[in-house]
Structures are given as C-alpha cells and as structure tokens.
Design a protein around this ligand. Structure first.
Ligand SMILES: [Zn+2]
Ligand SMILES: [Zn+2]
Length: 277
C-alpha cells in the first residue's frame, strides 16, 4: 500500500481511541467493538486501553498487557478477513510520573500507537466535581495546562489524548468553557507537541457530555495547525459498541475547517499512512 491514500466517499478513515473490557471502565468485548466499527464502515481502529498507576485511580494497576495482546490477536484473526486493521494501542495515564514502570512495558510488547493522557493534577482527579468547586477556574485550568505541558515535554508517547479533557467536569461546575480564553496556556502545549514530534487527536467524548465540545474545539485545532502541527488522529474514546465512530464524520469536517487536509495512521509507533480527508 502506498504511503498516501484517499479517503473515499466521506467515510470515517479510522477510530484510534477506544476501550474494551481490558479497561476497568468498559464492559464491551473487543469483537463487539470490532463489529460496530465494520457496521459503520470503519476499517482501521486502535484499542487504547487504560494503563493507570495513580493511587486512587479506579484503574490503578488494572492493566494486564499479556491479557490485552492475547485478546487482540484473537480479534485480529477474527476480523482481518473482513478487512479490519486493528492497531495495538494503549492510553498511558501521567506517563511523566510513571515512566520508570511504564517504559519497560512499552519496550516489551509490539505496540503500534501510544496515547499520553492527563487525568490527574497532583493528587486531584479532574473527573471529580469537588476539585472544581473548591478552586477557581483561574487556578484550576492553568494548573492543568501546566502539568500537561510538563507531560508533553517529558514525551515518550505518540499522540496527546483529549487535550482539554478536564472541561467535561469543569463545564458542569462553571457552566462555561471557551478555549479562546486559554490560548496563552494551550499554545505552549502545542509548541511542545510539535517540537517533540507528538501528534494530537480530535476526541469526540466531550460530545457525549454536557459541554458538547470536542477535545479540543475548532480554535484549538486551528492554532495547532497554524503553528505547523500536522500529526492528527481521530478518536471516539468509545467505551461501548454504540460509541465507536461517534461524531467522527463531523470531526472530519472540524479538521478540514481547522486547515487539516489529512490524518495519519500508526504502525509500530511510526506514522504508517497519511489519509487525505
Ligand atoms: Zn482518557
Ligand atoms: Zn480513553
């Protein structure tokens, strides 16, 4: 296959962020997620299971790479005949804090695609409304982006997951989130991504929450593109079969509106293909 391919007839080219029951917060089997992808005309997916180590995280020490790769191989054998490419992914939580434990796992297994995620700021999970109730937006949001910048500068992953994921919870507390108010905090994160060869994703999970925004929204994507950012993937962050591909047709529109002409796929942690959108 050539390095470039054209995405015909508006199809969703990939869904590179989803969870099966290898993650603590999903009950879906890999075959159920694969079937849903094919039903939606998606022919390339990545299972990006949670690998979390923060004490207090519901998924701390839940991740079992042996189990993951065994189930992944079974799913690949089942669905390859139907034309589904399944990438071996992982969603690393707070890699900059746990690289000493996580890196040996990355080295020991044949991963295709590694997401870096920030779900915690210090000892606070950004999924807890009480954190946002206790603090002002002017403190919490810069603190998130400061830690995110530290994580990106540390590097070691391929794509930064859901760059402003905290807004799902923040929006419920503050009834407001507009990325343009945080431009001075977001741009340094993008700069560090670009310098470190780290991509970003359009993550649709925010569209399933009250905030009803992608992570990140249009302006954030536009800044990254204007600054020279090219590496882009799409992810539903689905935890159920019906989530697969969720809002990704519109995410392609968003990507185009932000100035992107292509998204990329990964194999063995290298860009495998650029797909025109
Ligand atoms: Zn996440
Ligand atoms: Zn996820």
């Amino acid at each position: 296959m050539s390095l470039f391919s054209r995405n015909g007839n508006g199809r969703i080219p990939l869904d590179y962020h989803m969870h099966s029951n290898v993650s603590c917060d999903s009950e879906a089997t890999m075959p159920q997620m694969c079937r849903s992808a094919l039903d939606k005309g998606i022919h390339e997916i990545a299972f990006t299971e949670h690998f979390d180590l923060v004490p207090g995280d519901e998924g701390a020490y839940y991740y079992k790479p042996d189990v993951y790769f065994s189930l992944l191989e079974t799913a690949r054998e089942l669905f390859a005949p139907e034309g589904l490419t399944i990438r071996a992914g992982v969603e690393l939580g707070e890699f900059h804090r746990y690289a000493d434990v996580m890196q040996p796992v990355l080295d020991a297994y044949p991963y295709d695609f590694v997401l870096g995620s920030l779900h915690w700021v210090g000892n606070d999970t950004i999924f807890d409304e009480r954190y946002f109730q206790r603090e002002a937006a002017d403190d919490v949001i810069p603190a998130y982006f400061t830690e995110l910048l530290a994580m990106v500068r540390h590097g070691g992953f391929d794509v930064l997951a859901h760059a402003d994921v905290f807004k799902r919870t923040a929006y419920r507390v503050y009834q407001h989130y507009d990325i343009t108010e945080w431009e001075d905090w977001v741009r340094p994160v993008w700069q560090a991504c670009i310098e470190g060869g780290i991509g970003i994703e359009i993550n649709a999970a925010g569209m399933r929450h009250t905030v009803k925004q992608y992570h990140p929204s249009l302006e954030g994507l536009r800044w990254y593109r204007e600054m020279g950012g090219e590496l882009l993937t799409l992810g539903s962050d689905g935890h159920r079969p019906e989530h697969v591909g969720f809002c990704l047709t519109d995410a392609l529109e968003l990507a185009r509106a932000a100035g992107f002409t292509r998204v990329c796929t990964f194999e063995r942690r290298q860009v495998a293909q650029w797909i025109e959108i």
